[in-house]
Design a protein around this ligand. Sequence first.
Ligand code: BTN
Length: 256
Amino acid sequence: MDYVSKLLREGIQTKIIGSHIQYYETIGSTMDEVHVLARNGWSEGLVIVADNQLLGRGRKGTSWISEPGNLLLSILLKPDVKHLEVLQPMTAICVQKAVRAITDIDMNLKWPNDLIVRQTKVGGILLESSVKNDCLEYVVIGIGVNLMLSKKPHNPNYIVSDLSEFGAKTLDRSSLLREILSNLDSYYSKIDKPVEIFEEWKDQLDIIGQFVRFKSGEDVHKGEVISVGDNGSLELRVANGGIMNFTTGDIIEVYE
Ligand code: BTN
């Protein structure tokens, strides 16, 4: 029996997230499947889980190396547009809490949405939205958590690893998935208090006052992180004293 059937058999007590859960052994990308179903009128809360993806994707057009045994899922949401910015921070907190609850691993968050254990990236979150006639139609949130990778892909911006490296050799994927979906369900029900969610996320980032090397597009900036804005943007004081504000990009180094 696959781990999603196990989860469904044991039951899951959520109101919205996981209203319908579909499992694939292999799929192109769980993101694409949710887009298709969203266009066919599926309600929010739909979750697509796959054991393997042939065309998994990450942020900024990168590919997400997927192989059987990892956690790969996408969720359909139809939030109010004013809550769009809090969705990634919310998801990051929910995955972090779930991993901490199911394993002894101290997962941390890295701006903007990386899931980190001991300075290595073990997972990420991808948000795609569909806008029609200037209105937000729906959002797809993708979550990838590396549980065990046979080969660690090389990335110039960070070191990739998996939870098995940190002791989670026999992690129960059903329990982890249940915990993530339950957390998301409970945070999503509090989405009209986004400030509280942003504050919780900012507390976890532990980045204010740190000196970093930051990559935005092809440009690399060095500076001190002054703040993380209410919309999640990163404010950097660069060498000439100027302040720069970023909504996308990667912290590629933190100086001790
Ligand atoms: C990142 O670049 O950090 C985000 C990675 C998100 C990967 C997940 S895996 C499940 C879902 N399907 C995809 O194709 N991507 C997301």
